[in-house]
Design a protein around this ligand. Structure first.
Ligand code: CAA
Length: 392
């Protein structure tokens, strides 16, 4: 059993409430008992862990931050962050399939949806009967979201979609796809529209599954539309609101990725800490060497700081404050901490860190994407700088 250092040793100044602590402990137990033991197999076989999703659904976690009237659990975003962290600590694939569903699809429906849309889409998503995905990037546009070329031309009470979207988390497995498409190239970001597209719509097909460095079970693929009709009733906000929907969605999504990164870093730390107490070199366990102790000291300091930045962004979100900068700071720092820490953990394992008999090489591979998706570290610096210059 791994040591649950994160549960008791939160730094002074921030204490989880009893409810937040309970949800963290409950999800930790579930994740360590069910998801951690099959994480290596999911990674090796590039297999979407549907049974993990079903267990999350049975545990009423799929709609955690949404009001009960839509089938959610009515919990706050600190609780949500602890869930994503604990999933990330056990199995990064499971944390991202969950956070893409909650942060990138259900949340924008909750924020921008009409009452009719919320009643229609959220209950099955909160019950885990429907899985969500978000489709913003394209083969030729990632960081520059406004350059999207996938077209949505309105014809009466429908939009007709043509084009492709790339890097879709939950790829072939999702049921609802929040697609950001262009109504008029000349309008750039003001021409973007946000549409909920259902799996099985005519002309909606999947490209090949991507063969990735990490989070290998998360089903990432291109999606393609050829004259795909989408009812205007599936539009979130107005016809020119797609960019705003994307940016607000990514603000929340970045807290999810920060939480995932904290979980990956802490999970690797826990494995390395346990190993350091068992591995003997020069007649001593390696945790008795200062070189190793300093690595743990540096890592734990950075992980605690990343966690606090993440909670800070969650608290601002729950208060209804603007949290764009805080989410970008949390994601930037936590993802870079995850990368630095997992590299150190591999080093602590020595040769055993480089082979798949031990899990830390997987954590190191899984950490890398947290510096890339939902806005690269360079985009986070840009967002932080823009907000700082505005005095926010
Ligand atoms: N909230 C609300 N509105 C926002 C906003 C925010 N966070 N950020 C910008 N806006 C508004 C601006 O106020 C501006 O509004 P007006 O037109 O009314 O003035 C408008 O949006 C345009 O803003 P910018 O001029 O700043 O836009 P930009 O084109 O320069 O782009 C950017 C800004 C920060 C670079 C943005 O494009 C961005 O975040 N890019 C990264 C995209 C990204 O993260 N992609 C990842 C895709 S998801 C994924 O990874 C897949 C997955 O499945 C996990």
């Amino acid at each position: 059993m791994l040591t649950a250092t994160t549960l008791k040793d939160l730094p002074l100044g921030f204490r989880l409430t009893e409810d937040q602590q309970l949800i963290k402990e409950t999800v930790r137990e579930l994740a360590q008992a069910e998801f951690a033991p099959r994480a290596a197999e999911v990674d090796r076989n590039h297999r979407f862990p549907r049974e993990n999703w079903d267990l999350l659904a049975q545990s009423d976690l799929c709609g955690l931050p949404f009001p009960e009237e839509y089938g959610g659990a009515g919990m706050d975003h600190v609780s949500y962050s602890t869930v994503v962290e604990e999933l990330g600590s056990a199995c990064a694939t499971t944390s991202v399939l969950y956070s893409a569903h909650v942060s990138l699809c259900a949340t924008p429906i909750y924020i921008f949806g009409t009452e009719e849309q919320k009643k229609r889409f959220l209950p099955p998503m909160c019950q885990g009967k429907k899985l969500g995905a978000f489709a913003l990037s394209e083969p030729d546009s990632g960081s520059d979201s406004a350059a999207a070329k996938c077209m949505a031309i309105r014809k009466g009470d429908q939009f007709i979609l043509n084009g492709s979207k790339n890097w879709i988390t939950n790829g072939v497995e999702a049921d609802y796809y929040l697609v950001i498409a262009q109504t008029d190239q000349a309008l750039k970001h003001k021409g973007l529209v946000a549409l909920i597209v259902e799996k099985g719509s005519p002309g909606f097909t999947f490209g090949k599954l991507e063969d990735k460095l990490g989070i290998k079970g998360s089903s990432t693929c291109q999606i393609n539309f050829e004259d795909t009709p989408v009812p205007v009733a599936n539009m979130l906000g107005g016809e020119s609101d797609g960019f705003k929907v994307s940016m607000v969605t990514l603000d929340g999504g970045r807290i999810g990725i920060a939480s995932q990164a904290v979980g990956i870093a802490q999970g690797a730390w826990d494995h390395a800490f346990k190993y350091s107490k068992e591995r003997v070199a020069f007649n001593k366990t390696i945790n008795q060497f200062q070189a190793i102790q300093f690595m743990f000291a540096e890592m734990q300091t950075e992980i605690d700081a990343a966690r606090l930045l993440t909670y800070n962004a969650c608290v601002a979100q729950d208060r209804g404050d603007k949290f764009t900068k805080l989410a970008a700071q949390a994601k930037l720092f936590a993802s870079e901490v995850a990368m630095r820490s997992t590299v150190k953990c591999v080093q602590i394992f020595g040769g055993y860190g480089f082979v798949t008999d031990y899990p830390v090489e997987r954590y190191m591979r899984d950490a890398k994407i947290t510096e890339i998706y939902e806005g690269t570290s360079e985009i986070q610096r840009l967002v932080i700088a823009q907000n700082v210059l505005k005095g926010l």
